[in-house]
Every structure is written in C-alpha cells, then in structure tokens.
Design a protein around this ligand. Structure first.
Ligand SMILES: Nc1nc2c(c(=O)[nH]1)N[C@H]1C(S)=C(S)[C@@H](COP(=O)(O)O)O[C@H]1N2
Ligand SMILES: [Mo]
Length: 439
C-alpha cells in the first residue's frame, strides 16, 4: 500500500492509531525521511541529483543591510486578516495567520489585535498609569519609572473570548485557521509584576477588585480580582524583546495570563482598587457567553484548554502520499499542556503527539505527530489535555453543553457566541485537498 521507505537502522514506524498515525518516537530518530521519503524528483538523495547550479542571487552583491529589517518580499502574503479593511468608523481586528507560522512565538507584526476604538497614538513621555482607590498611598507611574523596576519575562498567550466564534456555526465554514482561530497569539512579555506596584500602594484588605482602564477614547474598563493580580499579572512594557506594538497596548498594558483577552487592558492608564466589580459593558454585555436556555455566567474569565492543527489545514493541500508531520498549537488558561492526542480517522482512534518543550504554563505548546498518508481520505483532529486534567471537549460534548448558533453564520467575522474551545477537524480527500468538517 504505502511506498514509504524506511532506511536501514532508522527508528521503526509503528502505527499508534488508525489511518497511518505513527508512534511519536519516530521523531527522535534521524533516519526517517519526510519530503524525500518517496525518492521523488527534486530531492538530493537520488543518484540523479543535479550538480548544484549557481542561482542569480549567488552571482551578484546583495542588498545593503537595513537598520530595521522586514520579511523577505517572497513572504508578502504572510499578513494579518483584517475585519475592517476600509477603515470604517467602528472596531477593527487583525487575525494571526497560524497556518503560515512555525514554533510558538507570534512575531510582533503578526500578533492579533482588537481595537474597539482605534489605536491611540500615545506619547510615552506624556502617558501615566495611576493606582488609586482603596490604597494607603496613591501612585503614579511613567514608562520611564516602570523601566527602573526589576522586570520579569514570561511566555503567555492572549486570546479574545470571541476567538473561534465561527465554530458555533451549525455547518463548518470553509476557511483558514487564521479566520477561525486567528484571535489568539503567543509572546514573551516583559514587565513589572502588578503585585509589586500594589504592595507599594498598600491595598486595603477590603479591596477585592481592581478596575483597570485604558487610555484609548472608549476608556475600556474591566474588573479584575485582586487575587489574579497577585497570582501572575504584569504591567507589560516589552513584547518579544521590543517595546509593545501600538496595536498591542503601547506603551504599557495589563497582562493577565490565561484570562479573556479583553481583560488584558491595553494603553493602561488607571487601576482603581475597589470592593466590588464594576459590571462594565465588556464584562456584562459583550464577551459574555450565552448558554443554552439563554442564561449566562456572571463572569467567565479563564480561557479553557484548546488546540488546533495548523499543518496541514484548510488552504494547505498535500502534494503526494508519504510521510507528514501533523503539527499545531495547544494552550490552556489554567496551566501547562500535559498531552495532545491526534486522530487521523475522525476521532475513532487516537495517538499521543510529541510536545516541543519547554512547556510553559498559559502559553502555546507546539505538538507534532508523524503521519503516513496513503492517499486515501482521512480526517485529522487534535485534542489537548492540561496538567489540571482539563480535557478539550469533542464537538458533540461542547455543543450539548454550550450550544450552537441558531441563525446561519455566513462570515467568519461574525461572533455568534464566546469561549469556543472544542476540537477542529480537517478532512483530507484523495487529492490531498483539505476541507473543514465537524467530526
Ligand atoms: N484599552 C483597550 N484594551 C483592550 C482592547 C481595546 O480595544 N482597548 N481590546 C481588548 C480585546 S477585546 C482583546 S481580545 C485584547 C487583544 O489584545 P491584542 O490586541 O494585544 O491582541 O485586548 C483587549 N484590551
Ligand atoms: Mo476580545
């Protein structure tokens, strides 16, 4: 059936689950060949390989090194997808192209961004963050004064509660990972622990909530439990080593690892310590998940365990039968990823994927699963489990508990509901084309 060759001394390619999923141990060895596995054209390992010819770029002096580098012009299609490309007077989103990226770090220019009131042009020399309310000593900080604190760095994803919302559609939308799941990104954030600043201000023990407010024209505000501030909140001032991007909160933002994207208030200008939540617009009307029967939870802060396959996925077709590395990202707002299961037969059987380390809590973990595609139809999906034992729900389980959109969803830009964390399935047909299906 399969023409895939295994070289002598190579690790064994024993199947762990149906439709060609191979034991992840095969990835540890060096003796297996993926793209060259068929000994097909264009590989270097056949006797027919051409002697290496000099390409035009090898024959002339190259471009002089610029001060600020940008990606190769050949990568011009690796861009964010916009929700408001004509610049209408309303909110604007940009989605991360996960199907075109590798590893776990989202490059800053491709980090997703949601701005309900546009991106303010903030002069960092003028911007201030005030901490006040139920404190002993109100305090004021500038970017410069925050920079004098001992800064800490951590990996963290930020995910909009509306990420994956098109998956509430009763019929699967035929669109990319970017359009389905592009409202989550992952970065190394550097900043000052919020607990340090709160301790300096001296919180009244009766102050159980913070109201965090941004400096954009809507002055977006969210209530945050003081406990979360002491767990792991940061006032972030760097993103992957450079100052925050304007669309990600320049010059400073609240980072609440694992909590709803919206609570990660950008352009933060005020933290008021209070004894009860504010019930602001974004924590009551917007970003509330409507449950079957029409009720909603009062608050739903944590982004639950989730994963999706990025390679292959919609728009990335398979050229020929052979060995492939199925890969994707997994994350959980409660902790570390413990395990990712992958199926190639629509969920009938599952194999455990290899996880690329280091595995950080509340951050992306990339998983890889070796797969022998025999040219027959296959349905690929992944399912993540975190170290708290939380399991990503299968679609039928999820829909039973959280419901589906009643009205037809005609565009991936719609937000019929919030907090979708079920599985995503890709059906590969006999030609290697990938479709979005519900398995
Ligand atoms: N001040 C302010 N903070 C904000 C927003 C905003 O519009 N203004 N958008 C929120 C939303 S809805 C999300 S999902 C996250 C997105 O963070 P990012 O734009 O850095 O990806 O920021 C949140 N913080
Ligand atoms: Mo959001």
């Amino acid at each position: 059936m399969s023409k895939v060759r295994r070289r002598r001394g190579a690790p064994s390619l024993d199947d762990v689950a149906g439709n060609g999923l191979i034991n992840r141990r095969a990835l540890l060895g060096s003796g297996i060949s993926f793209a060259g596995a068929l000994g097909a054209t264009g590989t270097m390992n056949g006797a027919a390989a051409e002697p290496l010819a000099d390409a035009p770029w090898s024959l002339e002096f190259g471009q002089i090194t610029p001060a600020l580098q940008t990606p190769s012009p050949f990568e011009k299609d690796v861009t964010r997808a916009l929700s408001n490309p004509n610049g209408e007077f309303r909110n604007s989103h940009a989605r991360t192209p996960h199907q075109l990226l590798g590893g776990t770090v989202t490059p800053n220019a491709l980090h997703f961004s949601i701005n309900h009131c546009g991106i303010p042009n903030i002069d960092p020399a003028q911007h201030k963050l005030v901490i006040h309310g139920m404190v002993r000593q109100p305090l004021e900080f500038t970017l410069e004064s925050l920079s004098r604190y001992p800064l800490v760095s951590r990996m963290a994803f930020v995910e909009c509660a509306g990420n994956s919302a098109p998956m509430f559609s009763k019929v699967p939308l035929q669109t990319t990972v970017q359009m389905l799941h592009g409202l989550v990104s992952n970065s190394e954030w550097t900043g000052v622990p919020l607990s340090m600043l709160l301790d300096e201000a001296g919180i009244d023990p009766k102050g159980k909530w913070l109201i965090a407010e941004g400096a954009d024209a809507q002055m977006l505000d969210r209530s945050v439990p003081v406990k979360k501030a002491y767990d792991d909140a940061l006032i972030a001032i760097y993103q992957n080593g450079e100052r925050l991007m304007p669309g990600n909160g320049y010059p400073m933002r609240l980072l609440l690892p694992g909590y709803q994207g919206n609570m990660n208030v950008k352009f933060i200008r005020r933290i008021k310590v209070v004894d009860q939540p504010a019930y602001s617009y974004f924590e009551t009307k917007n970003y509330s998940q409507i449950l079957p029967g029409g009720k909603t939870w009062r608050f739903h802060f944590v982004m639950e365990v989730k994963s999706f396959i990025t390679h292959p996925s919609f728009g990335l077709s398979l050229k020929e039968p052979g060995l492939y590395a199925i890969s994707g990202v997994a994350y959980s707002g409660t902790g570390r990823i413990a395990k990712v299961l992958v199926s190639a037969d629509g969920g009938k059987s599952w194999g455990e994927a290899a996880l690329q380390g280091p595995i950080h809590e509340k951050a992306f973990t990339r998983f890889v699963m070796p797969w022998r595609w025999d040219g027959q139809p296959a349905t690929l999906l992944s399912r993540a489990i975190d170290d708290g034992g939380n399991v990503q729900p299968l679609r039928a389980e999820f829909v039973a508990q959280r419901g589906e959109a009643e009205k037809p969803v005609t565009t991936p830009l719609a937000f019929p509901n919030q907090h979708y964390n079920s599985t995503t399935s890709w059906a590969v047909d006999g030609k290697g084309e990938v479709k979005h299906v519900y398995a």
